[in-house]
Design a protein around this ligand. Sequence first.
Ligand SMILES: C[S@@+](CC[C@H](N)C(=O)[O-])C[C@H]1O[C@@H](n2cnc3c(N)ncnc32)[C@H](O)[C@@H]1O
Length: 493
Amino acid sequence: MDGEAGHLEGVDLEPTPCTSASPVVVSTRKPRPGDEIELEITGFDARGRGIAERDGMHFSVRRATAGSRVRALVLKRRKSNVEAVVLETLDAGPLAVAAPCAHFGSCGGCSLQSLDYAAQLDGLRAIVSAAFRAHGLAHAPIDAVLPAPSAVRYRNKMEFSFSTRRWIAPDEPRDAPNGFALGLHAVGLHTKVVDIRSCAIQAESADAILATVRALVVERSIPAWDPRLHTGLLRHLVVRVAGTTGEVLVNLVTSTGAPDVIEPLAREIVARHPEIATFVQNVNSRPADTAIGDPGRERVLFGPGTIRERILGLDLHVSAGSFFQTNSAQAERLFEIVREEAALTGSETVYDLYCGTGTIALVLAEAAREVIGFEIVPSAVADARANAARNGIENARFVEGDALDGLAHPDLPAPEVCVVDPPRAGLHKKLLARLAVLGARRIVYVSCHPGSAANDVAELERLGWRVARVRPIDLVPHTPHIECVITLVPRST
Ligand SMILES: C[S@@+](CC[C@H](N)C(=O)[O-])C[C@H]1O[C@@H](n2cnc3c(N)ncnc32)[C@H](O)[C@@H]1O
């Protein structure tokens, strides 16, 4: 969700049918808020909005599909950058397809569903390329985007919100019941939730669990969270379906423990869905709208508290709080690419910085002398160590704490290869400076944010490195997010 407004006063933001008539205001002056303007949409930006160029101005257009011609309303302008929203699609163009999900348009989840998948991949590569050019890295060799094996039913984790404020679609009567919803936030509206009946990117088993939970909660009149008043019991339903084993983890996030309500509910859900391997409850007593529970307040109500994924022959256990790539099938290919780019011979010490539950470290361990993971979240480090032990991997160890402090550790052997997989914000300047002088012969940078990655790569180039290859991978089809594996080598090689 990118914070865009779903309903502007007097403007219907719902997708509009294609027509050829257009009462567009044509003018040679710079567009002003309130103007209507006709635009040819050439692609999409990192927020999933359509982009257009006209009279030296750059337009970012909400709800516009690449390849279409639209009549749009200007919302704001800063210098030569204009924000607009589609009022009418005049010509859907050759790249438009029927969105696979019934909730497309109202749900804030996947903004690119109405764009042909090959065009999505071209647009994602253009986003990576623009980010690298913007940081003076036009010379970076960027591969075509690796497509996902499936663009539907690929996601192994969805976080749904309970709410007392259901989003009412424009084709519903204004007085339709709106006091309960279980689903995803309406596009740009953090207080309204679209009641999701089926989500095209999650597993079918998760759709069935979603329906059961909705029915039971309504039948038992269990109060949903009110995002404005901060009242109610049920806050989030997180469903994880392991992509490789089909095991299901259900995580119910509530505002208080309420065992007399939650335990019988959990028992009934598990009884109706034998595929549920484990059911946990987390309590989030804070006002912040997050599916992360208060520290130390997770309760395992059924099963072991984890589900199993099998990735490249490794048996990995994933708990409710662990980070795990959300597309299991494509994550395997991501890790294979990291392994290729690390180009190990068996004699190397490898650092896996920001290692999470250690998957990359464990995938590389077989081909390395030793792998050392660095991670700040204690439970992730515990998962990483347990995953290493479970798979009989003895040449991997994990250092808990800030990666920057970890690198200052006096007893660690110097690395030949460094893998970094930081959060969206990228690497701290001090860490970049340290990384540059560790003496490695290769840095493999795994990034979920092309802008911060390009910024960091530019800094590493200033510090004596050279970008050798950029390999973008689509992990989340129908969204503008793009993962990249970037290989850097010392400039002298
Ligand atoms: C994108 S995830 C990496 C996941 C991992 N490579 C995997 O594939 O499962 C980023 C990780 O960085 C960790 N992290 C964030 N800040 C950190 C820091 N300052 N030092 C070490 N780890 C940090 C987060 O807890 C998270 O596990």
